[in-house]
Design a protein around this ligand. Structure first.
Ligand code: UD1
Ligand code: CA
Length: 468
């Protein structure tokens, strides 16, 4: 049976105490609602997924639009029942199953949604398919969640919100996860019967359990033993918990696939990161965004790599910071190096401590080992950039390029004033300020000639003792 999915993501999330809509807060490298959309996408095509937006709707829609999902706007949010009712025009004519998910449950897996679909479609011995199935679990601390009241046959009688529970009902540890699968036609037929909650004035989707039952339909619970997937994020404490769980999941997935991670509880690896076999990741590493790391790499402690490609066998020494860059096969970077956007080390190139590269290509086997800034620079294969070399790429108005040929040797503490061409196999004397082209194979010296004044110290001493 075909499945449509509505994801409710219009609330502000008062308990986050934030200026930003709750579903935009990030855990495991993605916004909360992005995780939910990912899980939904594994079940049904994006055009069958409708996101209900309201608070900061533009931002939420901009974030999710590339995934191809549809949107409806909820005016002033009047509760989860009202949010779903906003989907009537888009979804009421679509037959089959309607799943409803909340945008603040980022740990939900595709496998669990698949189980929910199966459970909803599987007729039990005595009844046909239920009108709805909802996922429940038992929590040690169920406070804040709706409690699920179940009859002797395991059918759901009602869901009662924490605030509305009697003292006795509050003892129930079985909670509503907020993940439902409805027979779409029954839901749309009866959704308008939800009345505002007397205390809050909000329309609670959870009232549908009792309403459907009142019409003689059964509502079933799919009880899951492991509650970790069902965590709903309402506060920053829960946000941190979700982040921890997502990071742990990712680390486990990589370790099972052949990656060594030292101190996995200390590393942050976003869901979208790929890491090849036999790579070793040291403690406190952060691998973010769409980073791809090859096989047999070594990622030193405290390295931060964002949206970059690190090819097979490359070595990142500790505390290297890399963004939007590429490190070629067997290349080495750091410790304490910084690759800013569009740095590219070709195979076997080496960048050492306190070296900063921006929009710069270091050819195969080229080296810049100490204390340099290289910006908007092309460096040929096998060249050596001496300690302290600086490219002056900015004249106060525009950026200019430096081109260094293959096999060149740039002496220490050289200042290369761009635009500039330095020919292949040429030498630049240490301490030079180079402002003009250096031809292939030449030695360029751009510094004052050294003068030695013989006996100068002795002469000064005599002069000062002569004066009274
Ligand atoms: C809800 C359930 C509760 C369940 C818990 C599970 C209701 C009434 N209660 O409570 O039984 O145990 O989730 O996590 O449904 N939203 C809208 N529009 C609105 C209100 C909410 O889109 O008008 C969205 C929110 O953005 C959020 C989701 O619905 O993503 C859930 O809302 P929230 O206020 O967090 O519900 P809970 O109080 O956690
Ligand atoms: Ca919630």
């Amino acid at each position: 049976m075909s499945v449509s999915i509505a994801i409710l993501a219009a609330g502000l999330g008062t308990r986050m105490r934030s200026k930003r809509a709750k579903v935009l807060h990030r855990a495991g490298g993605l916004a909360l609602v992005e995780h939910v959309v990912r899980a939904a996408r594994s079940l049904t095509p994006p055009e069958r997924i409708v996101i209900v937006t309201g608070h900061q709707a533009e931002d939420v829609e901009a974030l999710l639009r590339p995934s191809g999902v549809a949107f409806v706007r909820q005016g002033p949010p009047k509760g989860t029942g009202h949010a779903l009712a906003c989907c009537r025009e888009k979804l009421a004519h679509v037959p089959g199953l309607l799943m409803v998910l909340y945008g603040d449950t980022p740990l939900l897996s595709a496998a669990t949604l698949e189980k929910l679909r199966e459970a909803q479609q599987r007729p039990s011995a005595e009844q046909s398919s239920p009108a709805a199935t909802l996922i429940t679990t038992a929590l040690d601390d169920p406070s804040g969640y709706g409690r699920v009241l179940v009859d002797a046959h395991g059918n759901v009688e009602a869901i009662v919100e924490h605030k509305d529970c009697t003292a006795e009902q509050r003892q129930t540890r079985v909670i509503n996860s907020g993940i439902y699968c409805f027979q779409a036609d029954l839901l749309w037929r009866h959704l308008s019967e939800v009345q505002p909650n007397p205390a809050s004035g909000e329309y609670y989707l959870t009232d549908m359990a009792a309403i459907l039952r009142g019409h003689g339909h059964s509502v079933r619970a799919l009880h899951v033993e492991d509650p970790s997937e069902l965590l709903g994020i309402n506060t920053r404490i829960e946000l941190a918990e979700a982040d921890r769980i997502l990071r742990e999941r990712k680390a486990r997935e990589l370790m099972l696939a052949g990656v060594t991670i030292e101190g996995p509880e200390t590393v942050t690896i976003d869901a979208s990161v790929a890491v090849g076999q036999d790579t070793v990741i040291e403690p406190f590493v952060r691998l973010l965004g769409h980073t791809h790391i090859g096989e047999d790499c070594h990622i030193g402690a405290g390295a931060i790599v964002e949206s970059s490609v690190i090819e097979d066998g490359a070595m990142l020494q500790p505390y290297t910071v890399i963004a939007n860059s590429r490190v070629g096969k067997g290349a080495s970077v750091g410790p304490f190096a910084r690759l800013r956007p569009n740095a590219h080390l070709e195979a076997g190139a080496r960048v050492g401590n306190f070296v900063e590269l921006k929009n710069t290509r270091l050819g195969a086997g080229a080296k810049a080992q100490h204390l340099s800034y290289l910006g908007d620079t092309q460096i040929g294969a096998g060249s050596n950039i001496g300690a302290g070399t600086i490219t002056c790429n900015y004249d106060g108005e525009k950026k200019h390029e430096t081109r260094i040929g293959e096999g060149a040797f740039i002496g220490s503490n050289s200042t290369l004033v761009a635009p500039l061409d330095i020919g292949a196999e040429s030498y630049v004397g240490a301490g030079s300020v180079i402002t003009e082209e250096v031809p292939k194979g030449a030695l360029a010296l751009g510094r004052g000639r050294q003068v030695n004044k013989a006996g100068w110290v002795e002469k000064r001493r005599k002069k000062s003792s002569a004066t009274p």
